[in-house]
Design a binder for this molecule. Structure first.
Ligand SMILES: Nc1ncnc2c1ncn2[C@@H]1O[C@H](COP(=O)(O)OP(=O)(O)O)[C@@H](O)[C@H]1O
Ligand SMILES: [Mg+2]
Length: 256
């Protein structure tokens, strides 16, 4: 079996004259958490959509779990859990009904669905909330329900697009604890975030800027390579290098 869950070669997506993803070469190891970082509009979601087989690349190649993203998008979808940026749960259904709905999409047998739901309720601590309407839950709980739905078919790869955006710090911590547990169980996790405390716990991170890969490596490796002391500084220094703007200084003065 291939060591890498995802490999892309010169992966490119154009929307008209806009190059949203530009010759991306990525390698995501199996069973690890891989964070994609970058400013809004740099191509994070477009990259994820191509890898999940939702949209077709303009050029380049990609393999996800050994499947060709051009030819095998159905097989990829069967083995991948995807939580898009605007993951939609049915607000007027209960937690359990939402999970059952996703079990249906993936054609799980009743027995298999029950087994998975039990496991996921335990993992996300949703037990006791089965009959709550999703509309009555806080943002943090909703994200956990969304995660449970994305995992219903026991995927080998989990793709999470800004799963904790706007979620309170305690819920973010809990969410990331679950992500780490999944990785410990062998699931590969590809995740985008704007929170540097989260990114620091990824095994590997990639910085995207204007559709291009600026840097890639473990947080410690990047910090050392760029001679800075935090991942946030690494990020700011890369953006500064690209734009020629004093991002760090203006950012700090903004905070003061
Ligand atoms: N379906 C689309 N049609 C046209 N432009 C798009 C489409 N999807 C994304 N874009 C553009 O591609 C660029 C990258 O977008 P996106 O991948 O959503 O960035 P990110 O997720 O990093 O914020 C942006 O300039 C965005 O406006
Ligand atoms: Mg996005």
């Amino acid at each position: 079996m291939r060591e890498s869950a995802i490999v892309t070669r010169d992966l490119t997506k154009k929307f008209g004259s806009l190059i949203a993803v530009n010759n991306l070469n990525l390698e995501v190891p199996r069973g690890k958490i891989f964070g994609i970082l970058g400013p809004n509009g740099c191509g994070k979601s477009t990259t994820m959509r191509m890898l999940c087989g939702v949209i077709r690349p303009t050029s380049g190649t990609g393999e996800v779990l050994g499947y060709d993203i051009m030819k095998d998008s159905e097989a990829i979808k069967q083995n991948t859990g995807y939580m898009s940026q605007k993951f939609s749960l049915y607000q007027d259904l209960t937690v359990e009904e939402n999970m059952q709905f996703y079990a249906g999409i993936y054609s799980l047998s009743n027995k298999e669905a029950r087994k998975r739901m039990e496991k996921l309720k335990e993992m996300t601590n949703l037990r006791g909330k089965e009959r709550a309407l999703v509309s009555s839950l806080s943002g943090g709980w909703k994200q956990r329900v969304a995660l449970a739905c994305a995992l219903i078919h026991n995927p080998k790869l989990l793709v999470l697009d800004e799963p904790t955006a706007g979620v309170d710090p305690v819920s973010r911590r809990i969410f990331w604890k679950i992500i780490h547990r999944l990785a410990d169980e062998g699931v590969t996790v590809l995740v985008t975030t704007h929170y540097m405390d989260e990114a620091e716990t990824c095994h590997n991170t990639a910085f995207l800027f204007s559709g291009r890969l600026l840097a890639y490596g473990s947080p410690n490796h990047l910090i050392k390579e760029l001679k800075v002391s935090t991942l946030e500084e690494a990020f700011l220094s890369l953006v500064q290098r690209e734009t020629g703007e004093e991002v760090e200084i203006s950012f700090k003065s903004f905070l003061n």
